[in-house]
Design a protein around this ligand. Structure first.
Ligand SMILES: [Zn+2]
Length: 415
């Protein structure tokens, strides 16, 4: 029986969202949290973008060190052979790629303005896949951007060509959130049956259905006999109305009526990490979690009306589908209401010792402490907000990696 995997794209779709961004350290922390949760793959960035190079290399080093294991780190590139070449030039140790091209007539005509035909699109994709294979990429996903507005016969032809040339998965992108659960089921099932290749489902929320379409798409792939890789972002942050929210989608797959009996996860996910990863991402993006967000919203387990409160006190299952502690909630949290010493780009040694001492961190000698403090200052320059405890601990534990993450040197000439 085919199974369900999760690929989180917060560090790619999330950061390309208008008005939002993450520091390289924040992106790294997200990869760490996703790994702790058991997510199969993180789409961790853009290997052709110069300012990502050190960050991507540093994260691949963490993978080699066994820190970012077993999660896979995948890069996103345009389906252009020269971009694939550049990806391996800037990030030589990258092993997993998703290569992307628009497939709908709307995009082919609207974006390429008559300069490219459907045949050109297929050929571009083939050249890019071949280039990735020549560099011994371990996994290659081919993204059909705007798949939901692409004629299904052409989409099948495109996917068959990708498979024939050695791609491992097809990403079905509902780029505009145009699909509904019924249409995506039919399209993805047709793809699975005709192409016989694992399928990624990438859904957006422009019509408020990203989680529902992800679930229906997953069902379509599995009913068609293929493994499915659902794309999500933490807190649903992504282009425009956002992507399928990681927490809500995992809950939908594992808790919704009758679904989990037939459609199963390929690997266990540790839901108790959800609270922490969601809160960190909200802080990092500076985007509050909506009060009614599934699982992690302030009201997700709040009851006030008489009948509900009485019912949930007698038996939580009366009014709750899952419990708060399954999601890592319920621990008391310390909020400083008096004097606060936090990290900043102009922090000094005394405040720094106070912060690290609070976390029971000590250093071998004064020089080592100074080195860590300097890295923390630099991290603050990029983040422009106090670092959280996990970030401080990360820097103290992996100073060499942190130095790399914080290195931003614009190239003298563009190649
Ligand atoms: Zn997207």
């Amino acid at each position: 029986m085919a199974r369900i995997f999760f690929i989180d794209v917060t560090n790619r779709d999330g950061v390309q969202t208008a008005n939002l961004g993450l520091s390289k350290l924040e992106k790294t922390m997200i990869n760490m949290y996703l790994n702790d949760m058991g997510v199969f793959q993180s789409e961790f960035g853009f290997p052709t973008t110069r300012h990502e190079s050190f960050y991507l290399q540093a994260n691949l080093e963490l993978a080699d060190m066994g820190v970012l294991q077993p999660i896979r780190l995948g890069g996103w590139v345009r389906a252009v052979a020269t971009d694939v070449e550049r990806a391996f030039q800037f990030v030589p140790n990258i092993r997993h790629l998703n290569i992307s091209v628009s497939t709908s007539d709307q995009m082919i005509e609207g974006k390429f303005q008559g300069k490219k035909s459907r045949e050109d699109i297929v050929n571009m994709m083939i050249d890019a896949v071949e280039a990735a294979r020549a560099h011994r990429a371990e996994s290659i996903g081919v993204n059909a951007e705007d798949a939901s507005r692409t004629e299904i016969d052409f989409l099948i032809r495109f996917a068959l060509a990708a498979k024939e040339h050695g791609a491992h998965r097809l990403r079905y992108c509902d780029t505009l959130g145009y699909d509904n659960p019924f249409t995506i089921y039919e399209s993805v099932r047709a793809l699975a049956e005709n192409v016989e290749m694992p399928i990624e489902i990438h859904c957006h929320g422009d019509l408020g259905m990203a989680v529902a379409t992800s679930l229906a798409g997953a069902k379509g792939a599995i009913d068609g006999g293929q493994d499915v890789y659902i794309n999500t972002t933490i807190n649903g942050i992504g282009e425009r109305a956002g992507n399928a929210d990681l927490t809500a989608t995992v809950l939908a797959v594992t808790k919704s009526k009758e679904f989990a009996e037939k459609y199963q996860l390929a690997m266990p996910l540790d839901l108790t990490k959800v609270w922490k990863v969601s809160r960190f991402t909200s802080y990092a993006f500076r985007v509050p979690i909506p009060i009614n967000q599934p699982g992690v919203g302030a009201n997700a387990f709040a009851h006030s009306s008489g009948i509900h409160a009485d019912g949930v006190l007698k038996d939580p299952e009366n009014y709750e589908l899952y419990s708060f502690d399954e999601l890592g909630r319920g621990e008391p949290e310390l909020v400083e209401t008096g004097r606060e010493i936090c990290s900043g780009e102009y922090s000094g040694i005394s405040g720094f010792k106070h912060i690290m001492g609070r976390m029971a961190m000590s250093f071998d000698d004064a020089r080592q402490g100074e080195e860590i403090l300097e890295l923390i200052r630099y991290a603050n320059v990029e983040a422009q907000k106090p670092l959280v405890e996990d970030e401080l601990l990360f820097i103290a534990k992996y100073p060499k990696i942190a130095r790399k993450l914080l290195t931003l040197i614009p190239p003298e000439t563009l190649s």
